[in-house]
Design a protein around this ligand. Structure first.
Ligand code: SF4
Length: 392
C-alpha cells in the first residue's frame, strides 16, 4: 500500500534534548543515574534507557540517593527540585526550554500581582503538575467546559496553556473564561512544534483514506493527534509500535498516512512504515506487490552486490579456461553478502539497522502477502551497539 508520512512526525526538540542529555550522562556516568518520573512518554525508549542502567524515581529519594537525577522534559514543581537537591543527589535539569518559558510567565505575572494562573491542559499530566507547582496556591487547571463553570476568578489573572494542547480547545476555553471573568490576560503557550505537527496531520487527512498514529499510550500529544484525525471522520489506528498493526483491517485501504507523537523515536516510525508498505493495499495485485517487495529486499540486503561478485567469479573461471564451479559462485556470494550485512549490523546505530533482517525474514518466510500476522522483529533493546536519540 502507499504510505505517506506527515511532516513533523516524531521527536520534538525538547524530547530529543532530554533523551540526548540522558544518553550523554550514561556515557560519562560516574555513579547511578535516575530520572525523576519517566523521562518521556514512550515505553520503548524507556526500556532502552533501563537497559543502560537508568532507573526511574517515583518520589524524592530518602537516603541512598542516586549520583544524578535527571529532570524530564515536562519539568517538575520547584519544591520537588529543591527536595531532590536536599537529598544529596546531583540534578541535571532536562526541562524543555519552551516549558521553562511557560513556568517563567506564571512566576512573573503572579509576582506582578496577578491573582490566579489558569492552566488549560490535562489534569495530572506531568507538565501541568509542574506548572501548578510554579503557580502555588494561585494555580487552577481547566480541562473542559465543566471546569470553566466551576471557576471563580478575580481580575487581573492570566491564562496559559499546556504546551501540547490543541489550539481550537485552547481558543474555545479561554474565550469562555474571558466572557465570564473579564480582565484576564491570555498567553498562547502552545509549542510551535505541536502547532506544526497538528496542522500537518490535518493536511494529510485530506490525502489519505486512513491514518496510523504512532506513540506511547500515556502520551497526551499522541492521544490528541488521534482525536484530531477522528474529528476528520477518517479511520484512525493509534499504535505504540508495528506489532500492533492489524494487516486484516489495514488491507482495505489503498493510501494510509502516518504521523507520530513528540515522544516517538524515528526508528519506531520507520518500522511502522516498513510494515505498512508490506501490506498489499485494496485492489493491489498480489504478484506485483511480491515483485516490489523482492526488488526492495534485493536492494536492502545488497543481494545485487553479492550476485555480482558470484557472477564475476564464474566469468574469471571462464577466462582462465576452467569449468565454472557453483562452489566458486557461492563462496563469493556468501562473502560479499555477509560482509555487507554484518558491517551494517555492527557499525550502524542499531535503531536504524532494521531493514535487512526484515526483508530476509519476509522473503524467506513468504509471509508478505499471505493471511499471516506481520513478523515481529526482536526488540532493539536487546541488540548490541550504540544507540542514538536521532529523531525525524
Ligand atoms: S512539545 Fe514543545 S514544549 Fe513540549 S517538549 Fe516538545 S518542544 Fe518542548
Amino acid at each position: 500500500m502507499k504510505v505517506v508520512l506527515a511532516r513533523n512526525a516524531g521527536f520534538c526538540m525538547g524530547v530529543r534534548r532530554a533523551v540526548e542529555t540522558t544518553l550523554d550522562m550514561v556515557r560519562g556516568a560516574d555513579g547511578p543515574i535516575a530520572t525523576y518520573g519517566p523521562l518521556i512518554h514512550n515505553p520503548q525508549v524507556l526500556d532502552i534507557l533501563g537497559e543502560r542502567g537508568v532507573t526511574v524515581l517515583d518520589r524524592v529519594p530518602e537516603g541512598n540517593a542516586p549520583a544524578t537525577v535527571i529532570i524530564r522534559a515536562h519539568g517538575i514543581p520547584p519544591g520537588e527540585k529543591e527536595a531532590i537537591v536536599a537529598s544529596g543527589a546531583g540534578v541535571k535539569d532536562a526541562t524543555c526550554p519552551r516549558v521553562q518559558k511557560v513556568q517563567a510567565i506564571i512566576r512573573r505575572h503572579l509576582g506582578d500581582g496577578a491573582t490566579a494562573a489558569v492552566i488549560i491542559g490535562d489534569r495530572n499530566h506531568a507538565e501541568v503538575d509542574g506548572l501548578m507547582g510554579h503557580a502555588g496556591d494561585c494555580g487552577v487547571v481547566v480541562s473542559n467546559e465543566e471546569d470553566v463553570a466551576g471557576l471563580d476568578l478575580a481580575a487581573p489573572y492570566i491564562i496559559v496553556s499546556q504546551t501540547t494542547q490543541d489550539q481550537p480547545t485552547f481558543d474555545r476555553l479561554s474565550t469562555m473564561i474571558l466572557e465570564r471573568f473579564p480582565g484576564g490576560r491570555v498567553f498562547s503557550t502552545i509549542c510551535d512544534s505541536t502547532h506544526k505537527r497538528q496542522s500537518a496531520v490535518l493536511d494529510l487527512c485530506d490525502q489519505v483514506e486512513a491514518m496510523v498514529v504512532v506513540g506511547g499510550r500515556t502520551s497526551a500529544n499522541t492521544k490528541r493527534l488521534g482525536e484530531i484525525v477522528a474529528g476528520r471522520d477518517i479511520p484512525v489506528f493509534v499504535v505504540e509500535s508495528e506489532r500492533e498493526l492489524d494487516p486484516g483491517e489495514l488491507r482495505s485501504f489503498r493510501r494510509v498516512g502516518v504521523t507520530a507523537g513528540a515522544s516517538t523515536p524515528s526508528w519506531i516510525i520507520e518500522r511502522v512504515i516498513r510494515c505498512l508498505e508490506l501490506i498489499p493495499g485494496a485492489g493491489e495485485n498480489i504478484f506485483i506487490a511480491t515483485v516490489k517487495l523482492g526488488i526492495a529486499g534485493t536492494v536492502s540486503l545488497s543481494l545485487y552486490a553479492a550476485m555480482g561478485a558470484g557472477l564475476m567469479t564464474l566469468a574469471l573461471d571462464h577466462i582462465r579456461g576452467i569449468p565454472p564451479l557453483a562452489a566458486h559462485f557461492f563462496i563469493a556470494f556468501a562473502y560479499i553478502f555477509s560482509i555487507y550485512n554484518l558491517n551494517r549490523l555492527m557499525s550502524r546505530p542499531r535503531p536504524q539497522y532494521i531493514d535487512p533482517l526484515r526483508y530476509f525474514s519476509l522473503i524467506v518466510a513468504g509471509r508478505c502477502c499471505g493471511p499471516f500476522p506481520l513478523p515481529v522483529l526482536p526488540s532493539p533493546c536487546s541488540w548490541p551497539g550504540k544507540i542514538t536519540a536521532r529523531g525525524r
